[in-house]
Design a protein around this ligand. Structure first.
Ligand code: CMC
Length: 396
């Protein structure tokens, strides 16, 4: 069958052509549709960037309004979906609920999820709005259910992030109105996660889509891939690591020594498959993190000192420097989310909300490609050579 190239973990394999995101890992460059991430972080917001990632251009005023209206109209979820979420056990992991719920959306909106790409593309704008808007409502309601609290109805007049914070934290007796600092920090977090080319979850979305699957089935698979601690789960793993170091009475020194000699855990929030000099998202969120020390009161977090110690050591220690292991975006985002009041088991859900535009855009690239081929990698077989069947009585 010819020569098969072995590329473990696909480190050197371009699996598709894509117009969405450009990364130069050596130079620390990240661009969405040609726009540097630094400029988007400074001038844009999550909703506008989501539009850019999905549609390829920054929206004109009318397009921006139509997009916002679609998001607003699609913020509520059906009664059946509410009950679906409420029927999970109270300690269900929010990522399990999210993945199941994103797939279930396809069942509630069958005209958006026909598993015929031609049909599904005709309703693409609605499907994209359903996914982007409802993922936020589903996530917030999962948190409410986990905490024994009632559903908050989305507010049509609130911005995307303000609405999410309202859905999470408002009480019947006390409406939560977020401060500008909190909403901005969340907005930036989501924007920085909007797409990241062929990472594990996005490749999963494309792989599932390549068999002809609908948007909701595809992004639901993406949620599952994101859950792993080496990918989207890393932001939660960072806080768990800091907490463990704190509980052990360590200042980080013992943890780093164990990580270096391979006997301990990896330093979560450090290293990246593609960025080998620095992660440009980490640079941006680090600045936001230092601003938040005062504005969101991170400076009173008992885990802050440990985080600072790890950052300091790793930036100068030969083990980390020689392996080009730098703090990545997840290292800083966890402490920001903690300060906003988001519990650790929701961190990866937050990443999924941010990544939704990227998954949607990447799904569309597959669906729109008339020459699309099903993704079907090969393998290098390492099992036994041919041998004869052994009857049961002869098996020693
Ligand atoms: N702590 C300690 N050692 C590490 C770490 C770490 N975080 N990451 C890599 N190494 C070592 C690894 O042991 C290996 O050492 P050696 O050459 O002596 O065997 C060397 O560095 C190369 O590691 P690798 O596993 O070949 O690198 P990779 O490109 O396959 O892995 C990674 C990339 C991100 C999975 C990895 O760096 C890691 O596990 N980091 C911690 C988890 C994390 O923060 N993930 C979030 C990534 S950013 C958000 C996202 O895109 O999901």
């Amino acid at each position: 069958t010819g020569y098969i190239t072995f590329d473990e973990g696909y480190g050197n394999t371009g699996s598709c052509l894509s117009d969405i995101t450009y990364i130069d890992g050596e130079a620390g460059i990240l661009r969405y549709r040609g726009y540097p991430i630094e400029q988007l972080a400074e001038h844009s917001g999550f909703v506008e960037t989501a539009y850019l990632v999905i549609h390829g251009e920054l929206p004109k005023p009318r397009e921006r309004m139509t997009f916002a209206r679609l998001l607003s109209e699609n913020a509520p979820i059906r009664q059946g979906m509410l009950r679906f979420i409420e029927n999970f056990p109270r300690d269900a992991h929010p990522m399990a609920v999210l993945s199941a719920s994103m797939n279930a959306l396809g069942a509630y909106y069958p005209h958006l999820a026909s598993n015929n790409h031609q049909n599904d593309l005709e309703h693409f704008d609605e499907a994209a709005a359903v996914a982007i808007s409802k993922v936020r409502t589903i996530a917030a309601h999962t948190y409410r259910v986990n905490n024994g609290k009632p559903f908050n109805y989305p507010r049509p007049n609130f911005g995307y992030c303000e609405n999410f914070l309202h859905l999470m934290f408002s009480e019947p007796y006390n409406e939560y109105i977020s401060t500008a600092e909190v909403a901005q920090a969340l907005n930036l977090f989501l924007l920085l996660h909007a797409d990241h080319e062929q990472n594990c979850s996005t490749s999963t979305v494309k792989m599932v889509a390549s068999a002809g699957a609908n948007l909701f089935a595809s992004v639901s698979a993406g949620v599952n891939a994101l859950w792993g601690p080496l990918h989207g789960g890393a932001n939660a793993a960072v806080i768990e690591m800091l907490q463990k170091i704190h509980n052990d009475g360590d200042d980080g020194t013992r943890f780093i020594a164990a990580a270096k000699d391979g006997k301990g855990d990896r330093l979560m929030g450090f290293g990246h498959r593609v960025y080998k000099n620095y992660d440009p998202r980490a640079k941006i969120i680090k600045a936001s993190f230092y601003r938040a020390l005062d504005s969101l009161n991170i400076k009173n977090d008992p885990l802050l000192d440990i985080a600072m110690k790890l950052e300091e050591v790793a930036l100068h220690d030969d083990y980390f420097v020689s392996r080009k292991l730098y703090p990545n975006v997840d290292f800083y985002s966890g402490l920001i989310m903690r300060a906003i009041g988001i519990p650790v088991n929701m961190f990866t859900v937050m990443f999924a909300i941010g990544r939704m535009p990227g998954w949607i855009a990447q799904w569309r690239e597959i669906a729109q490609n008339p020459k699309m081929k099903i993704a079907r990698p090969r393998q290098i077989y390492t099992g036994p050579q041919i041998r004869d069947y052994v009857p049961m009585e002869k098996r020693a």
